[in-house]
Ligand binder design. Structure first.
Ligand code: BGC
Ligand code: BGC
Length: 845
């Protein structure tokens, strides 16, 4: 699979000398590098890789910072570390209190109108900036900074609506992500805003979590690679002339840390992982993000082993600053400080003391200001800590050039609303849609569609841009929107209509699936309704109530080829829909460029695809509805990395529609799972020199024609390599003979997860054998293996009945799996199992 080429987040980091670049400035004295006395057992900072910030401290800038700081009163300082929401603060308030920052939460907008025109956003940015710069009372003027959630494009009417992160993860394309970051930065700047609360670096482990779609992948390697790409796209590259410049924005990796690993996938819940998993999985994105110059980080609502991150100094200070080399400022999440023990949204010295530098206090900013001021006066908040937080914020504002910038509307790109969903950005968004689609099934090659076909486009998602866009779109939950609120977008139906009209085909819209004249093919678009955050948490992964059931079945029984386009913020249990569809496309939440779907679905007039599918699952697809998703490739219906193309189409057989169990585990026979061979199974390697039973995972056949060793795919040693250099055979031998006759009769099949590498394979056979008697059954798999060469991991199945057909009595099989090859062959195998059917239609891999 693609991800095997990605490197772990912090591999190859130079182990830096403590106290170098990250702490070179004069105001570094307050930085504590030693472990905090509280909770020493939970976090061991010394076990976290040491990294330094790529953004150096300039003496000139530090001198200016010190000068500004020196002119600030304690009131100015406290105000500087508070961020209010534009729904609850006015420019007048800012003039009076001198707050350091404002945000617009998901439902906040100029005059409370989430569909306000871009002009209104820019005018409001000017008003707040002017208030912050007012010197009439003799106070020091510090430019305010405005943060927004542009998590899949700038969230303003008429802006680009890119696919949500889960779709980008399936695209496995960091360059695309970097380009989207750059485009988003430009669109944000056109409205006078400077700061984006993105990217989300959650490595979502439980798909029941309502924020799964904000996560690029369940695989930390994908998140790590994208973290750097998105931060660079938004901010520019450290050292480049436009780094943090006027056409870029401040990025905010979030939510630090472990939001994707809470128990049961509960939003704002408790991450109970071991410190290793916490670091290597959930921390994977932060090293590269900070290594790419991230200047602000958002603290997370979740806790780690019972400690709310907003009050957890070992992470916010000892790890983030001390080990990861973070040299920006930490912003809190929406009243997240209020969840710290002993705190309320109105009062929380503990959070500042633990390392949050700026409180996000949407509507609570005023009492929080008063209480924080009192805490500084009491000494509950040390002045040094206040100065440190203020310095970190000012340093970033200085690095961004905000002190020397004119008012927002006079900056480059400001007011240039043509940049919002510009033709270039639309093309980028459409490309992202094409790249993110994952083809799960395409039996009978129903896709691509002929451009002359009559296509019925059904389902409640067919002509529904809000449903394509999901949460965090114009409104927080993504609800209340209509197609007309996406002036530059088009629905999937419209995209198809356009593509088909070009060559004489036709798209007929029929959300309820009724028709008078049978179409050539039906495309049914359906999926989850929009949601955000905890509102999207669910108890299980059953697509459930929203299922289109009847529509699909009706087409199916009428013999009309049926294509499902599934819109969702996560993989869900959709076995009934899979069975009722000839083709099934996971489209995630593609945003507003429906034409990107048609690009891949509709062929050229000569039948060749205009674009092939490129998406591969960034999240493994569940085989059962309960639980939070597959724990590994063996539990998945479709494993991480799966995705068909027009060049490579595996036939997908019907799957169990019993949501409780996809297979009967009690009757299954495991020979290899996650690269591991159970103790009761022996690995035998044979060549002309005889047979050798291996005692360890590493070994060769007597003459050395076949060698095996553990190897890494998604996790450490989760697969085994087998390399043939000459005629040799691999057998997996069990102590208790297996009755393959009986198993074949009830429809059992052999399921193998493997990767074939190298050049042309010649003369390879797969089969079973019995000790001491002739019961061989072998099938030639040479062509099948050649067909999957160098394409990553594939899951292949074969009915046991196929072996019975090829050989003699199989009632006492001692080697339930054997593979012999006459010539060179290089395989990696992560799983071999015999599981309950359904039987494969033919006897080919
Ligand atoms: C979310 C953040 C978001 C913030 C501001 C919070 O509820 O968790 O991701 O940036 O609100 O809207
Ligand atoms: C969200 C905000 C949203 C608010 C609505 C928060 O949790 O993050 O962006 O506007 O709730 O109450």
């Amino acid at each position: 699979m693609n991800s095997t080429t990605l490197v772990p987040a912090w591999a190859g980091l130079v182990i830096a000398v403590a106290g170098s670049a990250a702490c070179a400035g004069s105001s570094c004295a307050g930085e504590t590098k030693t472990a905090s006395p509280d909770a020493p057992a939970l976090i061991h900072p010394e076990a976290w890789p040491l990294q330094t910030s790529p953004v150096g401290r300039s003496p000139v800038l530090e001198a200016r910072l010190a000068q500004v700081l020196g002119r600030m009163s304690v009131e100015d300082k406290v105000a500087q570390i508070i961020q209010a929401d534009i729904g609850s603060v006015t420019p007048e308030d800012v003039r009076r209190y001198r707050l350091g920052s404002i945000l617009n939460g998901g439902n906040s907008a100029p005059e409370g109108d989430v569909r306000a025109p871009p002009e209104a956003w820019l005018a409001l940015a000017d008003a707040f900036w002017e208030a912050s710069m007012d010197r009439s009372d003799g106070r020091v003027a510090i430019p305010i900074i405005w943060g927004t959630d542009a998590v899949h494009g700038h969230d303003v009417l008429g802006a680009s609506v890119f696919p949500h992160n889960i779709g980008l993860g399936a695209a496995h394309d960091p360059d695309l992500v970097r380009d989207i970051g750059r485009a988003t930065a430009r669109e944000i700047r056109s409205t006078g805003i400077e700061w984006n609360f993105a990217p989300t670096l959650a490595v979502a482990q439980d798909d029941r979590w309502g924020r799964t779609y904000e996560s690029y992948s369940e695989d930390p390697r994908v998140v790590a690679e994208y973290a750097s790409a998105m931060v660079t796209g938004l901010q520019g590259a450290p050292g480049a002339p436009d780094f943090l410049g006027a056409e870029r924005v401040l990025a905010t990796p979030k939510h630090f840390m472990g939001d994707g690993g809470t128990a049961g996938g509960r939003d704002q819940g408790d991450n109970q992982a071991s410190e290793e998993v916490y670091r290597d999985v959930h921390g994977a994105g932060y090293y590269p993000a900070i290594g790419s110059g991230a200047q602000s980080i958002m603290a997370s609502f979740n806790s780690y082993r019972g400690r709310k991150l907003h009050g957890f100094r070992p992470m916010l200070n000892d790890v983030l600053v001390g080990r990861m080399g973070f040299d920006g400022f930490v912003v809190g999440d929406w009243n997240g400080h209020g969840q710290v023990e002993g705190c309320s949204p109105q009062n929380c010295p503990a959070s500042l003391n633990a390392g949050v530098d700026m409180y996000m206090a949407p509507g609570t900013w005023k009492p929080l200001y008063e209480n924080t001021l009192a805490a500084v006066r009491d000494g509950e908040i040390p002045v040094e800590r206040l100065d440190q937080a203020v310095s970190r914020i000012l340093r970033v504002k200085l690095r961004m050039g905000l002190f020397d910038a004119p008012k927002p509307s006079q900056r480059p790109l400001a007011g240039d609303f043509g940049t919002l969903a510009s033709p270039e950005h639309k093309a980028l968004s459409r490309r992202a849609v094409r790249s993110s689609l994952v083809l799960l099934k395409n039996n009978g090659g129903v896709l691509p569609l002929s451009p002359t076909a009559r296509v019925l486009v059904a389902g409640d998602g067919a002509d529904n841009i809000p449903k394509q866009a999901g949460g965090w779109t114009l409104s927080w939950q993504g609800t209340g929107n209509r197609n007309q609120h996406f002036p530059h977008g088009q629905s999937i139906y419209l995209g198809l209509r356009e593509a088909l009209a070009e060559h004489g085909g036709e798209a007929i819209l029929s959300p309820d699936g009724t028709y008078s004249e049978a179409p050539d093919v039906a495309v049914v678009v359906y999926g989850e309704e929009p949601y955000a955050e905890f509102e999207g948490d669910r108890d299980n992964l059953d697509f459930g109530d929203e299922r289109p059931g009847d529509i699909l079945r009706r087409f199916h029984s009428a013999g009309i080829p049926t294509v499902s386009i599934f819109l969702s913020g996560r993989p869900l249990w959709v076995n009934p829909e899979l069975n009722a569809s000839d083709a099934f496309v996971a489209a995630w939440l593609p945003g507003d460029q429906g034409a990107g779907v048609a690009d891949v679905l509709v062929a050229h007039p000569d039948g060749t695809p205009r674009h092939d599918f490129r998406g591969q699952l960034g999240f493994s697809w569940p085989a059962v509805a309960e639980g939070g998703g597959p724990k590994g490739p063996d539990d998945a219906l479709f494993p991480f990395g799966y995705g068909l193309t027009y060049a490579r189409t595996d036939r997908v057989t019907n799957v169990s529609e019993d949501s409780a169990s996809e297979r009967e585990t009690d009757s299954s026979l495991v020979l290899v799972r996650r690269g591991d061979v159970p103790p009761e199974v022996r690995v035998v390697l044979a060549d002309e020199g005889g047979a050798r039973v291996l005692e360890t995972p590493r070994g060769t056949s007597p003459r050395g024609h076949l060698a095996t060793a553990p190897s890494d795919s998604v996790a450490q040693e989760d697969t085994r390599s087998f390399t043939w250099t000459g005629d040799a055979a691999l057998s997996l031998v069990v102590a208790e003979p297996q009755d393959y006759e009986a198993r074949a009769e009830r429809g059992d099949m052999l399921r193998i997860q493997l990767e074939a590498n190298g050049a042309q394979v010649g003369g390879t056979e797969l089969g079973v054998s019995c000790e001491g008697q002739a019961c061989e059954g072998f099938l030639d798999v040479t062509d099948a293996l050649n067909g999957m060469l160098n394409q990553g991991f594939k899951t292949v199945t074969l009915s046991l009945a196929c072996f019975a057909g090829a050989g003699a009595n199989l009632s006492e099989v001692t080697a339930p799996f054997a593979l012999r090859s006459r010539g060179p062959l290089s395989l990696r195998i992560s799983a071999i199992e015999v599981v309950r059917g359904p039987p494969t239609p033919d006897c080919e891999l």
